[in-house]
Ligand binder design. Sequence first.
Ligand code: NBG
Length: 811
Amino acid sequence: MRRQRLTGSVPSRLESDVTDLTAPQLKADILRHLTYTLGKDAPHASRYDWRMALSFAIRDRIVEPWFASTRKTWETGHKRVYYLSMEFLIGRLLEDATINLGLRDLAEAAMGDLGQDFRAIVEDEPDAALGNGGLGRLAACFMESMATVGCPAYGYGIRYEHGLFRQRFEQGRQVEAPEDWLTQRHPWEFERPEAAYTIGFKGHLETRAGREVWVPGETVLAEAYDTPVIGWQGKWANTLRLWSAKSTTLFDLDRFNRGDYAAAAEPEALARTLSRVLYPDDTTYQGKELRLKQEFFLTSAALQDILRRFTAGGHALRDLPKHVAIQMNDTHPAIAGPELIRLLVDDHGMEFSDAMETARACLGYTNHTLLPEALERWATYTFGNILPRHMQIVERIDGWHRETYPSRPHWVGIVKHHEVRMGELAVIMSHKVNGVSALHSDLVKKNLFSELEALHPRIVNQTNGVTPRRWLKMCNRPLAGLITETLGDGWESDLDRLRGLEPHVGDKGFLKAFGAAKRQNKVALAGWIKDHCGVSVSADALFDVQVKRVHEYKRQLLNILDTIARYHDIRQNPGATWVPRVKIFGGKAAPGYAVAKEIIHLINDVAQVVNNDPVVGDRLKVVYPENYNVSLAERLIPAADLSEQISTAGKEASGTGNMKFMMNGAPTIGTLDGANVEILQEVGAENFFLFGLTAEEVGPRRANPDHARDAILASQSLQDVLQMIAEGRFSPEDPGRYHQLVHRVWHHDYFLVASDFEAYRTAQAEVDRAYADQARWLKMAALNTARSGFFSSDRTIRGYMKDIWNVTSAL
Ligand code: NBG
């Protein structure tokens, strides 16, 4: 095998070609890259140089399984999945790649031999933050799982120059700075200048020879960058293809020669704005023209690429659905319906009705939110201006649908009130639509698209999952080690095997080892918090963690109100026995979301007061590290004792952080929302701290106009807390700072913080009792890990393959 590679031929068998690699060989590879790729000699190499050299050496090992996978798919004509997503929240890739190739320890040893600290090298890599939160991270977990289970797939996205902004705090306030992951070389990608497509915008329509022809007024070029995604044990690899916008017109030499340098570079600059930045909102929709252009840019490039590859295989276009499944990650790429029809009809001469049927048989749509403010709707004026031909096609689809389903209610449709509704478009153009947890899928059926579902049932559930390679094996080495010691190898790709831990949960020795693993992570985190936040926390305290985007519906406010109540109680009675707690927050607010930013400010203000109050000491600490991202999640989650999943019921579509905490042995305090419902089902009520109104109770509760007032008057504790905030106890230099916030709790408490406050406090008291009994706690924690197998994204991907994509594993 090895000799074959040296002669340049690719091994035809798909096997992990890496396990027999030795440390001296890997070392030689690293040094070769350092010398010949980086042009550095070892004594002068920086950490960056070493990281690049190691990354290239590891990447070399991915290339062959990657070629072999692509070739096998091609040769067998296996069906392919195309996952279209505006976001891929990838994080770092180096350690992940070494883990999946089985080279993690070898890489560490080789770097050690070369006098380099593997950990420091790994942490030198910037996060690829091409996403906002759960939706983007899910896409990244799916890419890894598709490679692991051998589902031939391409991910299509945008190669944003600037990913999600960097968050800093200035006097407790969030400040955004641009993110610049691409200022350094990105060693994992391959530029593909030969794979480029022209994308048009605006312009007008002409009728030529009886056919409608779109003459775009603007064009840009979409150029591909490919990153191989290697699955567990290197058995299969897929491609993440990200598009970068380039100008179609050349640099204007005339203008340059006339000295007009800025104008000469204008076409290039304009084109590049398309892939310049990721929009930093996740659950609000803004209707910006540039966003629509980005969505079309991704979708059109992807579809042109898919059709090019398909027709190169010599198939008839009507057979597209036999070979191609296209998944739309939320409505962001929902223009795929009309665009696919346009390509089939205008470029390939297919009849509209055939194109419609072909497109629908290929397309699937995943809904990720019920929040009305997140549902994309474009003014027909904007839509028709930027995509005139698509506007026409959308009207035609809508007309076809109305005629085909004459019982369709008059208020239902794609184009209504001078708006194009992307949700309805996506549902009508897909053969399957799915929600992301059992509860959410139910609500999508009953509330969001009930009329369409009645006309043509197609909504199914696929409960989200997370990859256990990154979210357990890689980020929690102490626990992963214990699991392997207890169960042997193989659980990483068959997570249901974690159930095998259950018999050990009665064993004191096992529990002790489980507790020691958790403690090791907590000690490491405590050191990091000291270094990065300047706060000393004790590893004996209960680490209570809420990390996620900051949003009113996620109710970070409820958590900080409870924190203040605890602070108040400690001050009233410092001599009582307190279970020491560290409240850990992490997350960014969308730059334009003032209310969310105010909550961040309050948390930081509370932290200042609590952490510096000598009466409180170690009984309570509040920390909010800046710039929560994938890498910080990998540090926090393994060290968490308690997972906060406290959204207003009916609002969190699924959550995926909740699954990561569970896997890492942190019981949940949570509402019956999203996938919490299924977590509770798997782990059992005695290992979950349930509280709060249910999705069904929320509506009636809100119908009472005095719901907040009633709840506040019924809770002395909540009155005290609101009083303290209103008095300026946490903002003495600006006592009025939170008047509006307090006013909103009293009078505009849409997310029912007041109504759930007492139930939450009661559940938190139960948490204290459970934690005080360490034997009980450890058992709960271990059972959470043991019963988390269902939440592997491998299970989710197998569900999509069977129920939506109709594709089998190529392994
Ligand atoms: C998010 C939901 C989460 C869910 C992820 C992944 C959006 C629009 N939706 O609850 O809020 O876990 O999607 O499905 O970001």
